[in-house]
Write a protein of this length. Structure first.
Length: 65
């Protein structure tokens, strides 16, 4: 990817706040991401949030602050 395209992609991603500020991945975020890769044919089987996402490390870190 040309550097200018990469920079523009990252700039837009930050401007659109595509990442959570607290490190949490919500079930809704997983559903959206999963739908994209399933529609593209990259993910062939349904994977439930609890089967792939473990937020316990983020939750324990937040509890210790």
């Amino acid at each position: 990817m040309p550097l200018a395209d990469l920079t523009a992609t990252l700039d837009r991603s930050f401007a659109d706040e595509m990442w959570s500020k607290d490190g949490m991945i919500s079930p809704q975020a997983w559903d959206t991401g999963k739908a994209v890769v399933m529609d593209a044919g990259i993910l062939k089987t349904d994977v439930k949030y609890d089967e792939i996402i473990d937020m316990s490390f983020v939750e324990s870190l937040k509890a210790s602050i």
